[in-house]
Design a protein around this ligand. Structure first.
Ligand SMILES: Nc1ncnc2c1ncn2[C@@H]1O[C@H](COP(=O)(O)OP(=O)(O)OP(=O)(O)O)[C@@H](O)[C@H]1O
Ligand SMILES: [Mg+2]
Length: 384
């Protein structure tokens, strides 16, 4: 019998059968990219933006669209970003034998240094650098050339392109807004190129598309929501069954709820529970197993969580504990404040603001939720 592998995956981009639901979002994003729209995809962290984007790009690539994916936040400078973006564009579906010439032709105005590195193992990779860029005026000129590339590539190859700029909120840290102007001006000319700008810090992303900023009304905005709990739960149970473990009725929903229905946390809890049951050589996964796994995870993380807790001020600890017990609702009301002995609304507000800023807590509409569902459980069980 072939060894059975854990069907739940977290901490990396998931596609194909490890990817649940998102049918509507998939169709919509695909259609928008195909028709050359400039789409903004926004959600809190770990909701599944990158996975959704990867899934859609793959399906477009199968239909002959040239696809390019770049993580903006991976670059430490504006020029570094331009280099990695240019490299990804030039290399996209270009045979190795032609990539050097192609890069030189496309970018001749900005005098690139092009090298093809052939490691003894693995695939050859293209290195692109722009040593002549010294001043910010040079960088602006380079940006204009790089941002025009997708249009040139589409025209030369007579193919459509779909480009994903992931962690797009990081552009705000480059070069005071000049990037947004240059990029917006370039993309709006490119009818054959669809773009998706995906970003995880809702506030930063919301600011980028707000009035007075270059990307205001540049295209449709998709705000990725949580997966419907019943759908996610059903998917989990089917994955348990298909991998040979019989889930106790209600297990799927219990996982979704304990994990705060954040896709990453859901997969983590499912993965760890599956492992524990499988390692014990059993064929059924029960609610007790789930709770045993949760207890194990909490004790493994105890030191880390304790440190996070110690870092908070007393007012923040009190607000956090109240928030966990009240499930984040009505945090400023006099009832909640009296019940948990919190001080006046403005200092509670300040404490909540500080927790949000430290990414311990996030806002989901009017409700506050702890970003990490394990930390939430830890606070509920281990603090007073
Ligand atoms: N549709 C899905 N079905 C099942 N699990 C998913 C789905 N989308 C995301 N996940 C889970 O969530 C994790 C995080 O997904 P992903 O990296 O795509 O999110 P993200 O929104 O891009 O996160 P970040 O904001 O950190 O970049 C994945 O590793 C996977 O475990
Ligand atoms: Mg991501």
């Amino acid at each position: 019998m072939a060894p059975v592998t854990n069907p739940f995956v977290y901490g990396e981009i998931v596609t194909a059968e490890a990817f649940a639901d998102r049918e509507t979002e998939r169709d919509r994003l695909r259609r928008d990219l195909e028709s050359g729209q400039k789409v903004f995809l926004i959600s809190p962290r770990r909701y599944g933006k990158s996975s959704l984007v990867r899934d859609v790009l793959r399906s477009l690539a199968r239909d002959g669209v040239i696809t390019v994916e770049v993580t903006v936040a991976a670059s430490s400078s504006y020029v570094g970003f331009l280099e990695s973006y240019a490299r990804a564009l030039v290399a996209a579906e270009t045979p190795v034998s032609r990539v050097r010439q192609w890069a030189a032709d496309l970018l001749k105005a900005v005098r690139p240094e092009v090298r093809l590195e052939m490691p003894p193992t693995g695939d050859p990779s293209l290195r692109l650098a722009f040593p002549s860029v010294r001043s910010s005026r040079d960088a602006a000129r380079l940006a204009t050339a790089v941002f025009a590339l997708p249009g040139k590539i589409a025209a030369t190859r007579k193919q459509r392109l779909a480009i994903a700029l992931d962690e797009f909120q990081a552009v705000a840290s480059f070069d005071e807004g000049g990037v947004e102007h240059a990029l917006r001006a370039a993309v709006q000319e490119q009818r054959a190129v669809g773009y998706v700008f995906a970003g995880s810090e809702p506030t930063l992303m919301e600011r980028i598309i707000s009035a007075k900023r270059p990307f205001y009304k540049a295209g449709p905005v998709i705000r990725l929501q949580r997966i419907e709990p019943a759908v996610f739960a059903d998917w989990l149970e089917r994955r348990f069954k298909a991998s040979g473990l019989r889930p106790e009725p209600g297990l799927g929903l219990a996982i979704v709820e304990l994990a705060g229905n954040v896709p990453y946390d859901v997969q983590r809890l499912a993965h760890e529970t599956w492992d524990d049951v499988h390692d014990a050589g059993r064929r059924a996964a029960t609610l007790d197993d789930l709770h045993a796994t949760l207890t194990r995870l909490l004790s493994e993380q105890h030191a880390v969580f304790e440190e996070s807790w110690q870092r908070l001020t007393l007012a923040q600890r009190a607000a956090l504990r109240a928030l966990v017990l009240e499930e984040g609702r009505e945090m400023l009301s006099s009832d909640v404040r009296a019940k948990h002995r919190l001080s006046g609304p403005s200092s509670v507000q300040a404490a909540l603001g500080a927790l949000v800023k430290q990414d311990v807590v996030m806002k989901d509409g009017p409700v506050y939720v702890v970003t990490d569902s394990l930390f939430r459980e830890w606070v509920a069980r281990k603090t007073f």
